[in-house]
Ligand binder design. Structure first.
Ligand SMILES: [Fe+2]
Ligand SMILES: [Fe+2]
Length: 265
């Protein structure tokens, strides 16, 4: 017979064995769990990395689309302007001037940026004007002038079928860039704020640049002469608030003109 003491020892031994077994099992379980966690961590990390890569790809694509859009817009503008013997830099300068006007006028950044892209397309309608008229040296007779003036409506017709906000804005600009604050412009003789701010801004930006650039058929005006004309045309041809913005921020406009000079040759 075992003594009570021995019995107790045996029981303790048995308990220890049981304890070790359970502990080992627990340790194994924990290790297995760790492995599973590790594997799922790795899988999650992989999924995350893949998602990140896809996002980068989408971002790059979006940038590509935006860059292409900008280029297409400038190219379209340049096509219109090349028909009127302007240079590629003319549309770039008009774009920058328009943005400066827009920001000082109080349009939000998004609108100002959109106008910067839309304003270069103001003369796109000229692609539909016959060469014989466009290339005519000297003054237009009344009939030719009438045909020439249709470029505003023609441009509008080309652009306004799009539902894209940028092209809608460009359509407005094409339509209204020859309207005058005093109502004596064309095609509709709209006056003051009947003309959208986009049309009013592009009108001033376009004239400022056209006057200051020399072309085969004309000398560039010096600044003195341009400024005098702008003062005379304040609230006549041009929105008075925009003329004030022009003189108040002259440095900004002139620095754009310096930066984007035409390459002579
Ligand atoms: Fe025009
Ligand atoms: Fe122009």
């Amino acid at each position: 017979m075992l003594s009570n003491e021995n019995k107790l020892i045996l029981e303790i031994e048995a308990l220890k064995v049981e304890f070790d077994r359970t502990t080992n099992k627990l340790i194994k379980d924990v290790r297995r769990q760790d492995k599973i966690m590790d594997r799922s961590d790795k899988r999650q990390k992989k999924e995350y990395d893949e998602l990140q890569a896809k996002l980068e790809e989408i971002k790059a694509l979006q940038q590509e689309i935006e860059d292409t859009q900008k280029e297409v817009v400038f190219t379209m503008g340049a096509i219109g302007e090349s028909r009127s013997k302007e240079t590629g830099n003319h549309v770039k300068r008009v774009a920058e001037y328009s943005k400066i006007f827009a920001l000082h006028y109080g349009l939000d950044k998004k609108d100002a940026e959109m106008l910067k892209q839309a304003s270069p397309m103001h003369d796109i309608g000229k692609v539909a004007i016959p060469d014989a008229i466009l290339n005519k040296p000297g003054r237009f007779d009344e009939e030719e002038r009438k045909i020439m003036d249709t470029h505003a409506l023609l441009g509008y017709g080309m652009l306004n079928k799009s539902s894209r906000p940028l092209l809608k804005m460009a359509a407005t600009v094409a339509l209204e860039h020859h309207e005058k604050w005093n109502g004596k412009g064309y095609p509709y003789g709209l006056k003051d704020e009947e003309i959208s701010i986009y049309g009013r801004i592009t009108a001033l930006a376009d004239v400022f640049d056209a006057l200051g650039s020399s072309r085969v058929y004309k000398e560039a005006w010096d600044d003195e002469r341009i400024f005098k004309m702008f003062k005379e045309e304040r609230a006549e041809h041009f929105d008075p608030k925009l003329v004030d913005i022009f003189f108040d921020n002259l440095d900004e406009f002139l620095s754009v003109r310096d930066k984007l000079q035409d390459i002579k040759g």
